[in-house]
Design a protein around this ligand. Structure first.
Ligand code: FES
Length: 114
């Protein structure tokens, strides 16, 4: 199993997100980690509408008022807890989850088995 350290937990605000690119067997993978309500989730940084990155500036993935994940291109909205589409052009298509784990204060990417 391949694990790659991403960052320390305290490098992401208690409600916030951060983007990363990790090497995988199939090439570089752009992902982002979301921190909210004491939870961590991670998703591929690709909108299911047109496949563009979600952030409008580096590490800016969340609506500061609602905490929802927002696509910068056309405004699709996604639930941080499970990446489900909440509205907009995503039309029911959610974000692709990525496995991460927290160990001793460090967030790790875990590559799934082939
Ligand atoms: S590319 Fe994300 S809403 Fe269109």
């Amino acid at each position: 199993m391949i694990r790659i350290p991403l960052c320390r937990l305290d490098e992401i605000p208690q409600v916030g997100a951060r983007g990363f690119t990790v090497p995988t067997a199939s090439g570089p993978l752009d992902l982002f980690v979301v921190r909210f309500d004491g939870l961590l989730r991670a998703y591929v940084n690709r909108c299911p509408h047109r496949g563009t990155p979600l952030d409008w500036e580096p590490d800016q993935f969340l609506d500061p008022d609602t905490g929802e994940i927002v696509c910068a291109t056309h405004g699709a909205r996604f639930q941080p807890a499970d990446g489900a589409c909440l509205g907009g052009p995503c039309r029911g298509r959610g974000l692709e989850p990525v496995a991460v784990e927290l160990e001793a204060g460090t967030i790790w990417y875990r590559e799934p088995p082939p």
